[in-house]
Design a protein around this ligand. Structure first.
Ligand code: E4P
Length: 217
């Protein structure tokens, strides 16, 4: 499963990339706002850190203006994936952009039928938001299960990008269900490393090593 980082914080992206944990990055208008930086500048910097897909979202609601915005965004770098909302206008934009080889991430997906539409429009990625689904009392991971089944039934190439990830269990479930990609905030990716037995083990080994009186090198 590919790991995308859901952030516009370039220091975090650089740090995680050094551990090989960044296959791509997703941004959205809220994350850009949180960064306090200029949208185009921050996308350009992220694209220079990772060769993987970097999702940059259009904000227009009509196809024509979405295409104009996409044109600006895709000129930034070859690894920009244009993010469009799951609306009819977004699907039109998806079809037009993927038709000429641009990666498209269809976002704000909350049903398996919506995911089916995105695949038919040729989306490179579909982003089902599991955490926001959990927030309203629906098990978001069941959505991933349904989409996986449907995409496999018809051999769609669209990659399932599990989004709105809030905790390590979302990532575990996504991997078990065969999601292609997950995108999570840096904090959640770092949480995956933690295990009390790892910490205890290091402590024990270092204590015994100290008793040997040796050094390496
Ligand atoms: C995905 O591409 C979105 O940026 C993101 O995962 C949304 O997550 P949130 O529901 O935590 O805002």
């Amino acid at each position: 499963m590919k790991f995308f980082v859901d952030t516009a914080d370039t220091a975090e992206i650089r740090d995680l990339a050094e551990s090989g944990l960044v296959d791509g990055v997703t941004t959205n208008p809220s994350l850009i706002h949180k960064s306090g930086r200029k949208f185009l500048e921050v996308v350009e910097e992220i694209c220079s850190i990772t060769p993987g897909p970097v999702s940059a979202e259009v904000v227009a609601l009509d196809h024509e203006t979405m295409m104009k915005e996409a044109e600006v965004l895709r000129r930034i770098a070859d690894n920009v994936a244009i993010k469009v909302p799951l609306t009819i206008e977004g699907l039109k934009t998806c079809k037009a952009l993927t038709g000429d080889g641009t990666m498209v991430n269809v976002t704000l997906c909350f049903s398996a039928n919506q995911a089916l539409l995105a695949a038919k429009a040729g989306a490179s990625f579909i982003s089902p938001f599991v955490g926001r689904h959990d927030d309203i009392g629906f098990d978001g991971m069941r959505l991933i299960e349904d989409i996986r089944l449907i995409y496999d039934n018809y051999m769609f190439d669209t990659e399932i990008l599990v989004a709105s990830v809030r905790h390590p269990v979302h990532i575990l479930e996504a991997a078990k269900l065969g999601a292609d990609v997950m995108t999570a905030p840096p904090k959640v990716i770092r949480q995956l490393v933690n295990h009390p037995l790892t910490d205890k083990g290091i402590e024990g080994f270092l204590a015994d090593w100290g008793k040997t009186g040796q050094t390496i090198g």
